[in-house]
Write a protein that binds this ligand. Sequence first.
Ligand code: ZN
Length: 108
Amino acid sequence: MKKRQVMYWREPPEDELNTNFVKDLGITCKKVFRRIPSECAYCKESRIAGIEIYGAGSGVTLWICEDCEGLLLRYSTSTTEKRLLKASQVYTHPDHWNHTMEDDVDLN
Ligand SMILES: [Zn+2]
């Protein structure tokens, strides 16, 4: 499986109990793919990669289609929101932004 490691660049939300990360990322497919999807739910292509997000917990948090860049869930929406909340809180300070990236994907 191809993996991309990314940072989630955004300000932590003011209301931590009512986040909209999944919606903000344009994830309209609500299906949960615990294992790598065999095809993209949006464009039906099969080049899918895992996305590991710094600060969001270990392992793949989201899947990305390498053709249309559509994002797919690996966890339920509520779990995904929690993981992205953690990620947004880890990288609040510009001082912490000097990590080197293997592969840069802009999720914003
Ligand atoms: Zn696609």
